[in-house]
Design a protein around this ligand. Structure first.
Ligand code: C2O
Ligand code: CU
Ligand code: CU
Length: 465
């Protein structure tokens, strides 16, 4: 049995300044074997940045990997120059890199920028407390590079969240859930396809649909176990998988009391028997382990999985303990979304276009074209964005936060509550969201967070003006 790893907390080099090194390392994931990972500080997940609202933070990322990288803070309200644009890359010192010639017809080479060795990302973090995460965002290669381990948590805390009697300290746990496949010797297994090819004639369907692994990891460990007190725990669930969706439930029975969504506290708690979580979504939930007799093993299961993809992790209720936490009936103030305030309505259609060898994942019929925005919303306005799709596409918007207005013409699902940056758009479903453009002008992106789809150019720029 593997104990649940807790990623180490990043330590500043001086107040407000951090340095991380992206490097390869060999770690034991599958007991008895070693896996080469690419990690921030050589760990997978990378270190957790535990930060405060409006505490301007500079993170210097040094790249010592054989490939270029771009780091994006997912959910961050970040100035455009630090948002981790896919062609704004850090290349290891002394290593050259050229954009792939001809891989993307129409790609303008002036859109590519390179930093040699390291660069600073500036995060003002002027936003509500929330469970954010950072990950690689390199053009055409985000999926294989995140698969190798380039992802970690960044928690924003604030006084409002701190003042609530929710579980704290060792009872406040970020859980990064993702799937991977392994070779017999422990190496990560990822299909050998050049994802820079937009045209994928003859590529197996499992790549077209996104790559799934057959081992579920939590904080980088397979099927881990955590000894818990018979008390409430706050679990910050993140689906960091490339493509897999999960339907999480507790066995033998139990409930999740959701207190937060992608971007912080809900207005009021919502109770779920099961939670469907798409790639990049976060659910902040409280589970009360005092509801089980001491000695019970409580399993977090994925009811969409079978065999090795069904079990996620275990909590062993080890001992009785004092618990002064509570889930208050009011958590935060969130005004319900009001469509009438929107200044524009735009449709983004996520779909495969073309056929056979010409098939491509597109938005509004177009593969990603850096520097050619699909929309120009105005700063400090609100718009209705309508997402339509032919498949499961977890749609993610950078910078701007949104609330779900409707799903399939009906009111949002209970799991759609709160402020979000990613929404699971299901096959042939229409999802309307109310997006608020706040923070910065400049170039940002929206894309499918199925990372193989993203690499196959299911991305678009928008420019806040
Ligand atoms: Cu989590 Cu543009 O990504
Ligand atoms: Cu993002
Ligand atoms: Cu997709």
């Amino acid at each position: 049995t593997v104990p649940l790893p807790i990623p180490k907390t990043a330590v500043p080099v001086r107040p407000g300044h951090y340095e991380v090194v992206q490097r390869a390392a060999r770690v034991e994931i599958i007991p008895g074997t070693t896996t080469e990972i690419w990690g921030y500080d050589g760990t997978f997940p990378g270190p957790t940045f535990d930060l405060r609202r409006a505490g301007r933070t500079v993170i210097r990322v040094r790249n010592e990997l054989p490939v270029p990288t771009s780091t994006h803070l997912h959910g961050g309200v970040t100035p455009p120059g630090s948002d981790g644009y896919p062609t704004d890359l850090v290349v290891a010192e002394g290593r050259g890199f050229r954009p792939p010639p001809g891989a993307h017809a129409g790609h303008d080479l002036s859109q590519w920028t390179f930093h040699s060795g390291a660069r600073d990302y500036v995060y003002p973090l002027d936003q509500r407390a929330a469970t954010l995460w950072y990950h690689d965002h390199r053009m055409d290669f985000t999926a294989p590079q995140v698969w190798r381990g380039l992802a970690g948590f960044l928690l924003v805390r604030d006084d409002e969240d701190d003042a609530l009697p929710l579980p704290k300290g060792a009872r406040d746990l970020p859980l990064m859930i993702c799937d991977r496949s392994f070779e017999e010797d422990g190496a990560f297994r990822y299909p050998e396809v050049d994802p820079s090819l937009l045209v994928k004639a003859g590529v197996e369907d499992d790549f077209m649909e996104g790559v799934e692994g057959d081992v579920i990891l939590v904080n980088g460990a397979p099927w881990p176990v955590l000894d818990v007190d018979a008390a409430r725990y706050r679990l910050r669930l993140l689906n960091a998988s490339n493509a897999r969706r999960y339907r999480l439930a507790l066995a033998p029975g139990g409930r999740f009391v959701q207190v937060g969504s992608d971007l912080g506290l809900l207005a009021a708690p919502v109770t779920h028997e099961a939670i469907t979580i798409a790639p990049a979504e976060r659910f902040d939930v409280v589970v009360d382990f005092s509801a089980y007799p001491v000695g019970t093993e409580v399993t977090l299961v994925n009811t969409l999985g079978t065999g090795s993809t069904r079990d996620v992790m275990r909590f062993r209720v080890a001992r009785k303990a004092k618990d002064d936490s509570a889930v208050p009936r009011r958590l935060s103030r969130i005004d319900p979304p009001d469509r009438s305030g929107a200044v524009a309505t735009r449709v983004f259609d996520f779909r495969m276009t073309g056929q056979g060898g010409g098939a491509a994942w597109t938005i509004n019929g177009r593969p990603f074209r850096p520097g050619s925005p699909l929309a120009r919303p105005r700063l400090n306005t609100t718009e209705v964005w309508r997402f339509t799709s032919d498949f499961h596409h977890p749609v993610h918007v950078h910078l701007a936060h949104f609330q779900v207005l409707s799903r399939g013409g009906r009111p949002p699902a209970p799991t759609d509550a709160g402020w979000k940056d990613t929404v699971d758009v299901r096959p042939y479903e229409v999802v309307d969201v109310l997006v608020r453009f706040e923070g910065y002008r400049g170039r940002y992106m929206l894309h499918c967070h199925n990372l193989e789809h993203e690499d196959m150019a299911m991305m678009a720029d928008f420019e806040v003006i």
